[in-house]
Design a protein around this ligand. Structure first.
Ligand code: NAP
Length: 270
């Protein structure tokens, strides 16, 4: 029987790439996004369900899940992919910017997961794949809010294994390095330093670092990692992916906090 995947944030980047990969491998795909009416690449795919889901809008989560169940009868894999980065000095972030970062990257993941879990429990099977980041275990300057959400996602996912594995439900964390999606463009909330001079020299260096970061164009690699997590049948929890990911994670694991901060200063001048 054909399996079914529900993906959030399928309008671009990893989410869209994963939707295409699952579809091409014969899966039923529920491709969800905030504005499905704007989508042109996925809409012609016969049998794919394109439906609205804003992770901050619980009614839209419920109606996307209901539409998926009505069309396909089950959900085997949930990919919590929707997310974005709010970048700048913590002091400069408005309450609204802080709230939105957590609402999308963390509370949105929790809301979609809670809404899908009754279905997975009923089936006594299912896989939840959370798209975290190398930034779920390694920090960079001026990204404290983003890291707060992704570090939280890692703890959330790792702990949920204990209560869900006995019910037949697996948890997975995909940790991409830097990729050229809309992440560093349209999706980024670069609120900066809000004119506070004290932060300006370091923030300017952060912008230089962002501009020079070797972003990979091969976003299909991340879709492949998501697909592997959905199909490899192992208990493996974390799937780092990208030319920079394994090295960054390994280096962080092997380096104490003070030495790591010194390395960052040597590399970025911050
Ligand atoms: P992207 O192309 O900007 O895609 C982000 C997706 O999230 C878009 O579909 C966007 O929808 C969606 N989204 C944002 N807010 C949403 C909301 N409230 N409800 C539903 N969807 C929402 O960037 P991406 O790189 O593919 O990002 C996907 C995930 O990978 C994110 O969780 C990101 O943190 C993570 N990641 C990215 C990188 C990287 O270098 N690219 C590295 C590590 C981790 P709209 O089109 O409606 O805005």
């Amino acid at each position: 029987m054909k399996k079914t995947v529900l993906i959030t944030g399928a309008s671009s980047g990893f989410g869209k790439s994963a939707a295409k990969l699952f579809y091409n491998n014969g899966w039923n795909v529920i491709a969800t996004m905030r504005s499905p009416e704007k989508e042109t690449e996925l809409s012609p795919l016969d049998g794919l369900l394109l439906t609205r889901l804003d992770v901050t809008d619980k009614a839209s989560i419920q109606s996307a899940i209901s539409a998926g169940i009505e069309k396909f009868g089950q959900i085997d894999v949930l990919v919590n992919n929707a997310g974005y980065g709010a970048m700048g000095a913590l002091e400069a972030a408005s309450e609204e910017q802080i709230k939105q970062q957590f609402d999308v990257n963390l509370f949105g993941v929790i809301a979609v997961t809670q809404a899908v879990l009754p279905i997975l429990r009923r089936q006594k099977s299912g896989i939840i794949i959370n798209v975290s980041s190398v930034g779920g275990r390694v920090t960079f300057p001026f990204s404290s809010l983003y890291h707060a959400t992704k570090f939280a996602m890692e703890g959330l996912t790792e702990s949920m294994q204990y209560e869900l594995n006995p019910l037949g439900i697996q948890l997975k964390i995909v940790e991409p390095g830097g990729y050229k999606t809309e992440f560093a463009g349209r999706s980024m909330d670069l609120f900066g330093a809000n004119g506070m001079e004290d932060y300006k020299p370091s923030f300017d260096r952060f912008i230089t670092m962002l501009d020079h970061w070797p972003m990979s164009e091969n976003i299909g690699e991340v879709a492949e990692a998501i697909y592997e997590a959905a199909t490899d049948g192992t208990e493996k929890l974390r799937y780092p992916v990208g030319h920079d990911a394994a090295q960054l994670l390994q280096n962080r694991q092997q380096t104490d906090d003070v030495s790591f901060k010194k390395q960052m200063a040597a590399q970025t001048g911050i």
